[in-house]
Design a protein. Structure first.
Length: 289
């Protein structure tokens, strides 16, 4: 009995064991087992493969075009040899007309032969011009469709207004005009006579207007002297007092400008009258100039 009692558990030990089980039950109530937590099934996300577009250089594009045309030409030659396509007529020009005439014994009337050659030359030229005209019309139509799709009427128009003292320098006028055209801006540039003050109004998207402001306020040197060609003589113009200032910027609900243009007005009333046609006379302030 003692032997088995040593291997077994005593009543006191059994009581202690039951006490420990009660403590474990209390711990389980406070901290439930993670075995009973319903974990969501992980889903496989099918990430779309982003195809990176490769851009070829001009030399590579020319090489591909040259090889493609070569393969097409070789395929045409094979079809002609197999009899699938008729053999094209020899291309006779005025420059090789005499050599063809000497090698061809079937030509009995040289005058009629010359007329035939000239008719063939005119026919090839006419076909060439018609093909060029057709391609040109298709390109214009395609560009127009793309521009119509890309042009969306914005909910608001961004506008910037500048006033300057003098705009006699033709280089400055060229920069203002070309940049407004390239940025697709609307507005105007008015000045009182050639040597008088004026106003610049640009309307468009905010990014383009910000670029144009950088051009007007930083890149263009308004106080730089230049030579003006008058009566076959170069006259140096002093522009030290010339300047430009930004008078207003903000959003407009509507834009009445159809494009961007420059105009020379005779006096201030004419300038205000032109601005009034676009409801913009409030932008001009004579005090600024």
């Amino acid at each position: 009995m003692e032997k088995y009692r040593m291997k077994g558990t005593s009543p006191a030990e059994e009581d202690g064991k039951h006490d420990n089980d009660d403590d474990d039950d209390d711990d389980d109530d406070k901290h439930p087992s993670i075995r009973y937590v319903a974990h969501p099934i992980p889903e496989k996300i099918n990430y779309a493969k982003v195809s990176v577009k490769t851009y070829l250089t001009q030399r590579e594009r020319k090489k591909i075009r040259r090889n493609r045309r070569k393969m097409f030409r070789e395929a045409q030659e094979v079809k002609i040899k197999l009899g699938l396509l008729p053999k094209p007529e020899p291309k006779v020009k005025l420059s090789n007309m005499m050599s063809v005439y000497e090698n061809d014994q079937n030509i009995t009337d040289p005058t009629a032969w010359e007329k035939t050659v000239k008719d063939q030359v005119d026919l090839r030229k006419r076909k060439h011009m018609e093909e060029n005209e057709r391609r040109h019309e298709e390109a214009v139509k395609r560009r127009k469709e793309i521009s119509n799709l890309s042009i969306e009427k914005p909910s608001a128009y961004y506008c910037k207004v500048f006033q300057f003292k003098n705009l006699q320098n033709p280089k400055i006028r060229f920069k203002l005009k070309m940049n407004s055209k390239e940025l697709s801006l609307k507005g105007l540039c008015l000045r009182i006579r050639d040597d008088g003050p004026g106003i610049i109004i640009v309307v468009g998207d905010e990014k383009s207007c910000r670029f144009y402001e950088n051009l007007v306020m930083r890149r263009i040197k308004w106080n730089e002297d230049f030579n003006l060609h008058i009566n076959n003589e170069d006259v140096k113009m002093n522009m030290h007092n010339n300047s430009v200032v930004k008078t207003w910027e903000g959003f407009l609900r509507d834009c009445k400008f159809k494009g961007w243009f420059m105009k020379v007005c005779n006096d201030q009333e004419s300038l205000l009258r032109t601005l009034g046609q676009f409801d913009s006379e409030g932008f001009y302030s004579p005090v600024q100039t």
